[in-house]
Design a protein around this ligand. Sequence first.
Ligand SMILES: C[S@@+](CC[C@H](N)C(=O)[O-])C[C@H]1O[C@@H](n2cnc3c(N)ncnc32)[C@H](O)[C@@H]1O
Length: 229
Amino acid sequence: MRPFHDGTQGKQASWSSWDDLYREHGGAVWGYDALPFVVDFAELIRSQLPTNARLLDAAAGTGRNLSALLSLPAELVASDGSSHALRAIPAESLARIRRVQADMTELPFDDESFSAIIATDVIETIEQPLNVLRELRRVLRKDGLLLCNVPGADDGVAGHDMTPLADGGFVYSDRFYYHFHSPEEASILLSEAGLRVLEARRRVWMEEAHMGFRDFRHEHVSHVFLAGR
Ligand SMILES: C[S@@+](CC[C@H](N)C(=O)[O-])C[C@H]1O[C@@H](n2cnc3c(N)ncnc32)[C@H](O)[C@@H]1O
């Protein structure tokens, strides 16, 4: 969770910007509607979950995707680095989930402890996505499934208020790190992390403005990956 600074651009961003965002804007920055591809995933895994299944929403934010997962027959864990995000998870979800504040590069879970993991809208915000994907693989069971999305340069928000950095990433709105990956780059990252791509699909969806973060309705384009070990 170290801050970074790109000397050539004079722009700074730091991991704690996310926590500040949630602290400043209190409630659910992203709304409470699950992303469409998470809804599809929940239906896909419903029939495949083993008994004693555990499901991790990694970097859950304020838990918008939990509504799609709550009815699954699994123990649900929502982790995020931001305590303010976890606090904004709706009260009705709290009886069903365990909240864990954790850095995704060092998850406080045993090896092979989850039957399914979702990680949405987060890989592109990570400076070292390979480390995160390796960590997700570590906590995924051998027969488990990981769902994640990776936006490329065709994402509707790419280029908007983004200052380029020397590492190929950007600082969005002077505060948030972003790095867009082509589908090929994302596949390579997954495979270098020891994950097998089972399915990859381009998905497009619209999102309403996010208070304090992105103040206009926007389109997202991502490659959505379903992967196993
Ligand atoms: C764009 S939000 C997406 C939140 C949620 N997955 C969703 O789709 O609504 C990115 C989230 O990743 C979290 N995050 C970013 N880097 C992290 C890290 N290294 N460890 C844990 N959480 C992190 C932020 O706190 C933030 O909640």
